[in-house]
Design a protein around this ligand. Structure first.
Ligand code: PEP
Ligand code: MN
Length: 375
């Protein structure tokens, strides 16, 4: 059961404290307090965990400061979309809105290799009015002998250049909780020139200690990649780990599934699940066409598979596109074959816009069809 307090009440208000004290005295229930930072307001929510079937929702609704009580029996208690659930979803971070209605493109380097690459990439993004990017510093690699990323050494120049080119949010994967401190320290040292959307990769989605550590901190929102070899239910439970520890600013990102049935793509593209995720959860949904497809090969129509699958995800309502670009893909240290060239950036962004307009038209048509015809 979730008890939502009035939006004007802080955690230490008398109303919140009285209600909390009443609830903690109910036997056999665990009580957890959450601050949910939405795009417009911060809500205080109290989660009652255990056998709540015996509780009378009407009585709890009468407690001081309570605005609404939601009974939850299904999975994904915090991030799920429940019956009669009107909780706000989405959030704002460093001036950028992430919600089930927004669309942000994170074009950038799979792995930071040099200051020059970072600068060329950011300059190209700034020229297109883009304020988000991806920059890999800590790379999880199959081989221990492969380039592992520059780690914390590249953070000062990545953040400084982000400030210079007006980049507000950088998606950056971490593979260990100590990376959170390294990023926070470097952001401090560069005067918070930018923000970081902490990425948890497909390989770490069931690293429960990492999930808990990232969930415990409130500074950075999270981009969680779907596990490439586990069920959707298992991946969504991983998202719930983040939220149950206190961080519900989570974007869930599809990135393809590992199976040879997807050949010749690197992974089997799973963007048909965009609408499934919207139905099951309240999280903004991202797509990663680069790691799904794995090459920049083009079809006879002149479009690359990466652009085709991006359009498929965006026309279905995706809220974030994470895509690899590189100023010189042949010299990229990681995933060069799937990196698009900077000269293709405007084309890519225009193509995304075509798919987004088509999605908006489709939503308008759906609204007309259901209001007129009652279908
Ligand atoms: C990445 O985005 O750089 C990455 C390694 O992705 P994934 O975890 O989806 O493989
Ligand atoms: Mn990669």
């Amino acid at each position: 059961m979730i008890v939502i307090l009035r939006s004007d009440l802080e955690e230490n208000s008398p109303e919140c404290q009285q209600t909390l004290s009443y609830l903690t005295h109910l036997s056999g229930l665990e009580v957890r307090l959450h601050q949910v930072r939405g795009a417009e307001q911060t809500l205080t929510e109290i989660y009652l965990i255990g056998n709540t079937a015996r509780l009378a929702a009407d009585e709890i609704r009468e407690l001081p400061g309570v605005e609404r009580v939601i009974r939850i029996s299904e999975e994904y208690r915090i991030l799920g979309r429940h019956k009669d659930d009107r909780r706000v979803s989405g959030f704002e971070y460093n001036g950028v809105t992430f919600s089930p209605d927004s669309l942000n493109v994170f074009a950038g380097l799979c792995a930071v290799d040099s200051r020059e690459s970072v600068e060329s990439m950011m300059k190209a993004l700034a020229a297109e009015g883009q304020v988000c990017t991806r920059m890999g510093a800590y790379k999880p690699r199959s081989s221990p002998y492969a380039f592992q990323g520059h780690g914390k050494n590249c953070l000062p120049y990545v953040f400084e250049l982000a400030g210079k080119y007006g980049i507000r949010v950088i998606a950056m994967e971490i593979t260990h909780e100590s990376h959170l401190d390294e990023i926070a320290e470097s952001l401090d040292e560069t005067g918070h020139a930018t923000g970081v959307l902490v990425q948890i990769g497909t390989r770490n989605i069931q690293n429960f200690e990492l999930l808990k550590a990232v969930g415990r901190q409130q500074e950075f929102p999270v981009l969680l990649k779907r596990g490439f070899g586990i069920t959707l239910n298992e991946s969504l439970n991983a998202a719930e780990y983040l939220a149950s520890e206190g961080n519900s600013r989570v974007i869930f990102c599809l990135r393809g599934m590992k199976t040879h049935l997807g050949d010749p793509h690197r992974n089997f593209v799973d963007f048909a699940h965009v609408s499934v995720l919207k139905r099951l959860t309240r999280m903004p949904v991202g797509i990663d066409p680069s790691h799904s497809v794995g090459s920049r090969e083009r079809s006879p129509d002149g479009l690359s598979d990466i652009m085709h699958v991006t359009a498929q995800g965006v026309i279905a309502g995706a809220n974030l596109v994470l895509v690899d670009f590189h100023p010189d893909p042949a010299r990229a240290l990681v995933d060069g074959p799937q990196a698009l060239r900077l000269e293709e950036l405007r084309w890519f962004l225009d193509d995304v816009q075509i798919a987004r307009s088509a999605y908006e038209n489709r939503c308008a048509l759906a609204r007309r069809a259901s209001s007129h015809g009652g279908v």
